[in-house]
Design a protein around this ligand. Structure first.
Ligand code: SF4
Ligand code: SF4
Length: 428
């Protein structure tokens, strides 16, 4: 069964939406009414040991397909059927969506660390319900999946990560160029138009397509093709890179450092810059971890601007995308720690029921050396892809010699970033 025929099926996306929605209800029930011990709370384990580590891997493998399975998108659809006002999304929100989504993910990541949300089933439940409230409000007021496209805290991250993804959905140029119906965007009687406000006719990136399949069903000319591609090839060919996405990519690089350091030692933050409490010390470090890579990338953009004569802003926006592969692979490496160290919490009950005996006690799926080895391997793969991307971006816009000089400041930053993370991962 090809992915396209799956998307064309009348059972899709229901076949993935309803199971995740039922699971979501079970998760919420357990978060609010289950044990307060996060290691034995079904909701906590499913959220932080399975879903969160799986998410970044899914973005790499199948782009934003998760967004179609996401229970929040189903909630939004159902709300629209009953109380939807279907208003247009305000221009301001559309224009600044990436900044709003970036701000929310950066604040949420900070809050998760400072308030220990992952360690508290109740706090996790409150976080999910708060997001659900936003989804309800956006679904009740605005048309289509406004929440997913313009407001979801995960949306900005999902957008830039899925640009690295290895599959893409596009309309065939020849077929779409002669099409005047554009029912892929408008919809038909049987299937609504693109929930993400897109049309495959002009779709250039994976950031706004969640593989919902509506256009596959609606297109009367069978124009849609789904194909595999080299990871990150999308970011080499941009004509108009977006500053907001580059900002998010570089900021997330800092977030990964803060999270890797948090893994090494909580004590480091107590006393950081003379601040006594963990909360204050972590907040100060987090701000520094966000600002320093941004400042260094601006310096890199300044150096590149001398080589290619484009503005610092243009260079920042263009080469900021080269950070995405290393950030995505580091993110996968970081979150796999949770999965590999606590993964047995998910599978032991299942395997035990099947008669497969695991030694009791240790909840890990792999030893520390395997976990660290995997993190380093992913970091190296991300670095290689980022370096290659930086030089491909440069070559596409500035030719061989000027391109080499333009990309080199960012290549140095990327190598320095990889060394720093390697030291943190290897630290005992
Ligand atoms: S995808 Fe189909 S409906 Fe949409 S513009 Fe192309 S040919 Fe027309
Ligand atoms: S382009 Fe729109 S309708 Fe087509 S799969 Fe992507 S999100 Fe769905």
């Amino acid at each position: 069964v090809s992915l396209k025929s799956l998307l064309a099926s009348k059972y899709f996306p229901g076949v993935i939406q309803w199971p995740t929605f039922i699971l979501f209800v079970l998760v919420l029930y357990n978060l609010f009414l289950g044990t307060a011990d996060p290691a034995h709370n079904f909701g906590s384990v499913m959220t932080w040991v399975l879903w969160w580590p799986a998410l970044a891997v899914l973005f790499l493998l199948v782009g934003r397909l998760w967004c179609t399975a996401c229970p929040f998108s189903l909630i939004s659809d159902v709300v629209q059927v009953f109380v939807g006002n279907h208003r247009s999304v305000p221009r301001l929100l559309r224009d600044y969506a990436i900044w709003i989504m970036s701000g929310m993910i950066l604040v949420l990541t900070w809050a998760e660390a400072v308030f220990g949300i992952a360690d508290s089933p109740l706090a996790t439940g409150i976080l999910l319900l708060t997001i659900a409230t936003g989804v309800l409000a956006a679904g009740a007021f605005f048309e289509r999946r406004s929440w997913c496209r313009y407001l979801c805290p995960l949306g900005g991250m999902a957008g830039i990560y899925s640009r690295i993804g290895i599959i893409e959905l596009r309309g065939s140029r020849e077929t779409c160029s002669s099409c005047v119906d554009a029912v892929c965007h408008r919809g038909t009687r049987s299937t609504p138009g693109c929930p993400m406000f897109e049309s495959p006719k002009v779709l250039k990136g994976n950031d706004t397509c969640n593989f919902c399949g509506s256009c596959v069903k609606n297109c009367p000319h069978d124009s849609i093709r789904i194909s595999s591609r080299i990871p990150s090839s999308e970011i080499w060919s941009f004509q108009r890179p977006r500053l907001g996405e580059a900002f998010l990519a570089v900021s997330l690089a800092g977030v990964i450092v803060a999270m890797n350091l948090l893994e090494v030692s909580q004590d480091f933050f107590r006393g950081f810059m003379g601040l006594a409490s963990f909360e204050a010390g972590f907040t100060a470090f987090y701000l520094l971890a966000l600002l320093l890579p941004l400042a260094l990338a601006v310096v890199g953009a300044g150096a590149a601007s001398k080589a290619n004569a484009d503005s610092v802003r243009q260079n920042f926006a263009r080469f900021g995308y080269a950070f995405i592969p290393i950030v995505l692979f580091s993110h996968i490496g970081h979150t796999q720690v949770d999965f590999l160290e606590k993964g047995r919490l998910i599978i032991v009950p299942v395997l035990s029921a099947l008669g497969w005996a695991f030694a009791a006690g240790d909840a890990g799926l792999a030893g520390e050396s395997v976990v660290k080895g995997l993190q380093i391997t992913l970091l190296c793969a991300g670095l290689a892809l980022s370096l290659y991307s930086a030089y491909r971006i440069a070559a596409a816009h500035y030719g061989k010699n000027r391109g080499f000089l333009s990309a080199t400041p960012f290549a140095l930053l990327l190598v320095g970033y990889a060394i720093l993370n390697t030291l943190l991962i290897l630290h005992d």
